[in-house]
Design a protein around this ligand. Structure first.
Ligand code: GLN
Length: 539
């Protein structure tokens, strides 16, 4: 019997950032899985932060949380939505993490006598991170390199992946490079020069891409693709066009199969693949393109102008929409605006309100106004993390009559700290990876709306927070009619609330958006969109 060898695909990007490298990598994962292959996904991020957990969403978009509590790049969200690759801390490395590991080893005396250098110490650490994902149950590891070729901080990563074929054999590795071919209106021409330059830069480092995926706004002619192939030293059929998708990101895998990318990868790497089974994915795309209904959902948040700040929330709303054959139109509302504008006019015409997670004081009062409007007007409400905390504050102020109720995150001296720091957080001073993180079990109350929506009582969801529902107020809230419908198994932490007299008002301390898939929407999002549709149809 021949020994099992895990193959490696490296995805790099050139010309500009935000080309959708994460989406393309995830889509490569999809099309290989649809050939019966076992895939693992990984992202290498060249920035110095040990993880993105300490970055503002304005800088880097959403922080995506895994079951094991790793705070990761949002591209891992694409990986989970597009593939079945199990993800863990090993799926996302940054320069900061690689350097910390090496520095720790140096202090521990693991390199005694040596000068510790970028090559080979840092590059070896990177190679270990990549090769660590290989194994007998893995056919292909897809490693995406963040940033753009030419970035100073990306060099050690490029050097490391350049060396990998020398270690494990050229025929076991494939380099995919993603670039942009801009269309110049004035010249009425697609321009291939930036792509040529970016490949030149890669080749200077010693990496010859095997496949070029070129992003274009308009279709390229065969001539342009052949020219790119010639100048970039790539076979003609390995230049693949990826046109902007009009409807949905979930069309990308179908496009790549259309260009034969799965076949090309399988042949190049000699993978033991079956035939392509894309039927369910194509059916999904068909459903996305042919919705029967529409709903309007308001999302009131603090980072609303940054499209990626609530990435998984928007995706999860879409997934629920797909299941209901409904186009979900999102109205993004800056929370701060609601502090001077009337919530009724801002929310006029919407069929549901969602308040996502967040940190810090800015916009809090606006979110509370929005929640009040939803509660009083029986507008379906879905609160997530901070969205649950503001719902608790609103209920305390306007139903229980605790006028100054607040979270100690926003007012340390409040008379009624209905949201307060988690017990375990009281002694924590560090900011990195120090929140309550990752999957935690939760028990739902029998007969609650939440239990009905989930169809089960025991659930596990991912968390990322420091504050919690203050248990000292439990009795007051229960007397006041709030349903504390989800608690931790020891009964100490309130993880979900609902208002039984409201048609659909559910708020949760965790982040269900991280567990929604296009063909398997999260039950809470599914229930929320159903309630929004009902309200719209009743109008
Ligand atoms: N800032 C709140 C907390 O730390 C909510 C966090 C969140 O929404 N992710 O508890």
């Amino acid at each position: 019997m021949t020994k099992h060898v895990t193959k490696h695909i490296f995805v790099t990007g050139g010309v500009v950032s935000s080309l959708g490298k994460g989406l393309t990598s995830a889509s490569i994962g999809t099309i290989l899985e649809r050939r019966g292959l076992r895939v693992r996904m990984q992202k290498l991020d060249p920035y110095i932060n040990v993880d993105p957990g300490t970055m503002s969403p304005f800088q880097h978009g959403e922080v995506y949380v895994l079951d094991d509590g790793a705070e990761t790049d949002l591209d891992l969200g694409h990986y989970e939505r597009f593939t079945n690759s199990p993800l863990s801390r090993q799926s996302n490395y940054t320069s900061g993490r690689i350097y910390s590991n090496v520095i720790k080893k140096e202090r521990d005396g693991k390199y005694l006598g040596q000068t510790v250098q970028v090559v080979p110490h840092i590059t070896n650490e990177i190679k270990e991170a990549v090769l660590g994902l290989a194994g007998p149950d893995v056919d292909v590891v897809i490693t995406e390199l963040g940033g753009t070729v030419g970035d100073i901080e990306g060099l050690p990563f490029l050097e490391a992946i350049r060396q990998i074929p020398l270690d494990i054999g050229k025929h076991n590795c494939l380099f995919v490079h993603l670039t942009l071919v801009p269309y110049l209106k004035a010249a009425r021409e697609a321009k291939t020069k930036p792509t040529q330059h970016s490949v030149q830069q890669l080749r200077q480092i010693g990496i010859q891409p095997d496949v070029l995926i070129v992003r274009t706004e308009r279709p390229l002619g065969r001539d342009d693709c052949d020219k790119i192939a010639l100048f970039c030293n790539v076979e003609k059929h390995a230049v693949i066009e990826e046109q902007d998708k009009e409807f949905s990101i979930y069309e990308v895998p179908c496009g790549l199969v259309g260009y034969g990318l799965d076949k090309l990868i399988i042949e190049r790497l000699g993978l033991p693949a079956g035939t392509s089974k894309m039927d369910d994915w194509e059916a999904l795309v068909h459903r996305i393109k042919n919705p029967k209904h529409e709903v309007n959902i308001a999302v009131v948040g603090k980072y609303i102008e940054h499209r990626d700040a609530y990435k998984s929330i928007y995706e999860a709303l879409d997934h629920a929409g797909i299941a209901h054959e409904t186009r979900v139109i999102i109205k993004r509302i800056e929370a701060e605006k609601l502090e001077c504008e009337d919530a009724a006019s801002a929310l006029a015409g919407v069929d549901g309100l969602l308040v996502p997670g967040g940190f810090g004081h800015r916009g809090i009062e606006g979110k509370i106004q929005a929640v009040r409007y939803a509660r009083e007007n029986k507008l379906p409400y879905f609160g997530i993390c901070l969205g649950m905390q503001v719902a608790v504050i609103e209920y305390a102020r306007n139903v229980l009559g605790f006028e100054k109720a607040n979270s100690t995150e926003f007012d340390t001296d409040t008379d009624h700290p209905v949201i307060c720091l988690l017990e375990e957080q009281r002694t924590v001073t560090e900011k990195g990876a120090s929140m309550r993180l990752g999957a935690q079990p939760c028990v739902l109350t029998e007969d609650s709306l939440a239990a009905k929506v989930y169809g089960q009582k025991e659930i596990s969801e991912r968390h990322r927070h420091r504050f919690e529902f203050n248990h000292a107020y439990k009795g007051r809230f229960l007397e006041g009619g709030l349903g504390l419908c989800g608690v931790s198994p020891d009964g100490k932490l309130v993880e979900a609330i609902e208002i039984p007299v409201h048609p659909w008002f559910v708020a949760v301390q965790f982040h269900p958006e991280f567990k929604s898939k296009p063909n398997l929407p999260h039950p809470l999002f599914h229930g929320f969109i159903e309630a929004a549709l009902k309200r719209k149809q009743a109008k």
